[in-house]
Structure formats: structure tokens, C-alpha cells
Design a protein around this ligand. Structure first.
Ligand code: GLN
Length: 412
């Protein structure tokens, strides 16, 4: 059924396609098959132009033996991935997407992947620096607006204990939306994944900005746990008699995930978030009125503002990413901090929704699961391989670190 794969894609053979099912082949061997209902991000990845100069992944359409196939070519490594219409499990898609950077391209072929060195990181940082001036720091509160927008740093930690750091990796910044990873893990623990993902939040990308309210009127549940509406809902599912107790649990867990027991609240940022958080307040009250958010709205928001206002560094979030990359196991002492199946689910959500309405573009140009925050951080878990923490407070128009994205694009 699958045609031989030694096909070379013609540069002009670019076609817009809407595939339904995915079959992944590596040199004629089917390595993964999966169906997807209709996740827009995949259609978007596959249908958008992928001919940008820094990309090695190209998209084409191929007709063979009456089967429509869609394939992506990696000309650098001479690998072809074929996509066609077959049937198997939906979750496999996420596994596949999750593994593109490290599983299929590097691991399974037996090819040695290039070793990451400090010099490569320096080059990546240098490349990313040029883009910091195109972005601006988050403008909604003075504490974030005033941050030096030229800060840029990257820290990588692999499973063998190698740590590389270049640039501003020890400069504290507020965790902001990266905290949504931590709160999601706690909420899964506290109220169960079934209840959370069936009753409270969905798992689909929205294509809208992170603080958008528009879909709440047409759809009761927030689309995913990483947009603000979803994250506020998730925050309401965390156990604790009040915001203090919830935040205590959150902080303790963040410290564990980052392997840094000094992580603490940034009080001025928290106060500003609370004072200026009317949009989040509007989301929360709307959710309460729709019966999604339970409990005291102000208490829930108070916890949400605090969890966004915790100071971390790129080094800290590299460790958190490493835990996610290591299936939820703390690599230092072997403690299971996240159940492996949920570490996997979270990596999948990072890939589809972690960069807000920039997730499709980011998946296409970088392909790593990632979670950003308006403080300028990006957490990147590369499964079975490494955790990456990036910091660059100059943001693009979607609220993602402008220089940080470029660093990751360079490395990918
Ligand atoms: N504190 C921010 C907010 O809720 C966090 C959003 C973000 O990092 N994108 O608006």
C-alpha cells in the first residue's frame, strides 16, 4: 500500500492539503499510524507553507495506488514521512508529534544525533539576540514592562546530568503561564484526569489569544488548560481550604519540579496582577455563571494571580522540563513527581496548545513541545533526552518570547 519512499520532492510541488489520517514511514517501513478526529493544528501544520528558509521539513502531496498520501521530507537527513488514509489510535498522533525532534529523526534510525555543545548554544543565543529588539516586554503591568528586553538565556539539562548554560540563565523572571503546567499536574492529582478533561476543560487548541473570552459564550468548557479561562478553571480544581493553602501546595511542588527550594513569590508582581486582573476576573465570573468554575471566585483568582507571580530562572524551568522529558521522574532521586501517562499528556498539550495561538506555527518551525509565559520563559521537554529552559522577556505579538523562539528554531 505504501509506495517506495525514495522520492525527491520538487520545490514547486507545494500543495495545500487537509489530511485525515496519518501514516508515518521511515524508508519504506511504517513506523507509526494514527487517525485524528480533526485537530486543526495538524491540518494547519500540513497545509501551511513550510518552505521557510530555516526549515528542513517540507510538505508535499503524493498519489499512489489509489491511496492519497501526504508526506514530509527532511532533505538534510534524507528521510521521508508519508501520510495517508488509514485507521488506528488517536493518541498515537500525539506520540508521533511529540517524538519528531528526537524519536523518529534521530533515535529510531540508529543515526547519531549531533551532540549539543556550549558553542552551539552560543551560536543559537547570538542568532536569537537579533530578534529581541523586534519584541516588547509584557506591557500590562509596570513590573513586567520595565524588564530589560535584551535579556536572553538558555539552559539545557540532559538525562546524563550534563548542564549547559549561556546568557541570562540565572536572572529571575515571573513564571506566568508556565505555572499552568504545575497547576495542571496538581489538579489532575486532586480531581482526576477523567473529571478534569471531561467536565472542566478540553484538550484542543483555540487559535485565539490566551486571554480571549470569545469562545466561552458558544462553548461552555474552556478549550484547553493553558488558555487563561482553562487555567483559571484548573486552578479552581486544586484542593486547599483557601488561596493560602492552595498556593502553599503549588509553591512546594514548583520547588520540587525545579529542584530549587528557594523559589518564592514576587510580591510586587502579584499585587499588580491582582490589581489589574479585570480581564481574568471577567473570565472567572463568566465561568462561574456557566457552572464550570466552582467555589469562591475571588479566592480562586487570588491563587491564580499568585501562581503566575512566582520567580524562577531559565535554569529552574530547564529542570522542570527535564522531569517532564523523563516521564515525570525526578532524575536525581528517582522520585515519581508526575505519573508517566500524565507527563506524556502534558507534553502533548504543550505541543498543541503551549504557545497559545502561535502553537501551530511553532510546531511547524520548531516542532518541540513547549510552554511559554509572558514573563519571557519557555519550558521545553524533549522526551528521553533533555529539558530546556529559555528566558527572553521581549515578546512577539502572541505573547511568546521573540528571541527565545528563535533560539529554539536554531537548535531544532
Ligand atoms: N498573568 C498572566 C495573565 O493571566 C499570565 C498569562 C501568560 O503568561 N500568558 O494574564
Amino acid at each position: 500500500m505504501i509506495a517506495p519512499l525514495d522520492v525527491q520532492l520538487d520545490r514547486d510541488d507545494r500543495t495545500m492539503v487537509q489530511p485525515d489520517v496519518l501514516v508515518v514511514c521511515d524508508r519504506g517501513k511504517v513506523v507509526r499510524r494514527c487517525v485524528y478526529g480533526a485537530p486543526d493544528f495538524v491540518a494547519e501544520i500540513l497545509s501551511k507553507s513550510t518552505w521557510e528558509k530555516d526549515m528542513y521539513v517540507k510538505l508535499g502531496k503524493y498519489e499512489a495506488a489509489g491511496v492519497r498520501e501526504y508526506w514530509i521530507v527532511d532533505p538534510k537527513k534524507k528521510r521521508v514521512l508519508v501520510y495517508d488514509f488509514e485507521h488506528t489510535d488517536f493518541p498515537a498522533l500525539y506520540t508521533f508529534m511529540d517524538q519528531i525532534p528526537v524519536g523518529i529523526f534521530d533515535g529510531e534510525s540508529g543515526e547519531e544525533s549531533m551532540e549539543l555543545t556550549e558553542e552551539i548554544l552560543r551560536d543559537a543565543l547570538h542568532y536569537g539576540k537579533a530578534f529581541t529588539k523586534l519584541g516588547r516586554t509584557a506591557q500590562y503591568i509596570p513590573e513586567l514592562r520595565a524588564v530589560n528586553r535584551y535579556y536572553l538565556g538558555i539552559c539545557t539539562m540532559d538525562l546524563d546530568g550534563n548542564v549547559l548554560e549561556v546568557g541570562d540563565t540565572r536572572v529571575p523572571f515571573t513564571i506566568q503561564s508556565i505555572s499552568k503546567l504545575v497547576s495542571l499536574i496538581l489538579a489532575i492529582r486532586d480531581c482526576g484526569a477523567d473529571h478534569l478533561f471531561h467536565e472542566k476543560v478540553g484538550v484542543e487548541p483555540t487559535g485565539d489569544p490566551f486571554n480571549s473570552i470569545v469562545k466561552l459564550e458558544t462553548k461552555t468548557r474552556p478549550f484547553n488548560p493553558f488558555i487563561n479561562a482553562g487555567a483559571i478553571t484548573v486552578a479552581s480544581c486544586i484542593q486547599g481550604k483557601d488561596a493560602d493553602e492552595k498556593f502553599g501546595r503549588f509553591l512546594e511542588f514548583t520547588r520540587k519540579l525545579c529542584n530549587n527550594h528557594e523559589i518564592a513569590l514576587n510580591q510586587p508582581v502579584y499585587e499588580s496582577e491582582r490589581e489589574t486582573g479585570d480581564r481574568n476576573r471577567a473570565l472567572a465570573y463568566y465561568l462561574k455563571a456557566s457552572g464550570i468554575l466552582e467555589g469562591d471566585v475571588e479566592e480562586c483568582l487570588d491563587f491564580y494571580f499568585r501562581m503566575c507571580s512566582v520567580d524562577v530562572t531559565a535554569h529552574d524551568i530547564a529542570y522542570m522540563s527535564l522531569v517532564l522529558a523523563n516521564h515525570g521522574i525526578d532524575p536525581l532521586d528517582g522520585e515519581e513527581l508526575i505519573e508517566p501517562q500524565y507527563a506524556k499528556a502534558i507534553r502533548a498539550l504543550m505541543l498543541t496548545c503551549g504557545m497559545y495561538d502561535g502553537s501551530g506555527e511553532f510546531a511547524m518551525t520548531v516542532g518541540f513541545p513547549a510552554k511559554s509565559g509572558v514573563g519571557g520563559g519557555i519550558a521545553v521537554p524533549l522526551v528521553d533526552r533533555m529539558g530546556i529552559g529559555v528566558f527572553g522577556p521581549a515578546l512577539d505579538e502572541k505573547g511568546n518570547s521573540a528571541g527565545g523562539i528563535k533560539i529554539l528554531e536554531y537548535l531544532s
